[in-house]
Design a protein around this ligand. Structure first.
Ligand SMILES: [Zn+2]
Length: 183
């Protein structure tokens, strides 16, 4: 390592210190350090008495309260928006800063579970054109089906056991359209 490299290394040090994660910056006196080896949100323990200090305005004026909350939670790559009435949080009466503790988090995840149970996708019949295969597919139900070749351009879909028609696929759509308009 030459001098230039050493100087570069040294100049990197302040940046490295600054980049240390918050849970290693001595900000955790309030929290149980033994549980903070991994990055996680601070947990505000319920056992601590009220009022508690406000990290926003510095006053000792944080109390438990309930709020109506518009939740936006990402889960499984999907964004869920829902209202929670009477969410238990703690709030500063001086500056109105709201803190979500473990109790609030638990309520939000419970509400999300209910929302997800209610939002099982409903099947709607659809028509789909695949430009690569030049085929048009019509699907009328989610039932398992088998395909039957009617001719080189048409496959019909039938439900197992009952043979009920539940969809079809038309091949060479652009050729067929051309033919129809020529006739
Ligand atoms: Zn405050």
């Amino acid at each position: 390592m030459n001098n230039e490299e050493v100087r570069k290394k040294i100049s990197d040090i302040p940046r490295l210190i600054k980049a240390r994660p918050w849970w290693k910056q001595g900000l955790l006196d309030e929290y149980d350090k033994s549980t903070c080896n991994t990055p996680r949100k601070p947990i505000i323990h319920n056992k601590r008495p009220f009022p508690r200090p406000c990290y926003e305005c510095g006053k000792l004026d944080v109390w438990p309260t309930t709020i109506d909350y518009k939740a936006e939670v990402k889960h499984g790559g999907q964004l869920y928006k829902f209202d929670i009435t009477g969410l238990q949080v703690i709030q500063c009466r001086s500056c109105n800063e709201i803190y979500f503790d473990a109790v609030a988090d638990e309520q939000i995840s419970q509400a999300l579970e209910v929302i997800m149970e209610d939002s099982t996708p409903v099947f709607k019949p659809f028509v789909y054109y695949d430009p690569d295969g030049d085929c048009l597919e019509v699907v009328l139900s989610m039932d398992n089906f088998y395909g039957e070749y009617v001719n080189k351009n048409l496959v019909t879909y039938h439900k197992h056991v009952t043979d009920e028609l539940v969809g079809l696929m038309i091949d060479n759509v652009s050729q067929l359209c051309k033919k129809i308009t020529e006739e």
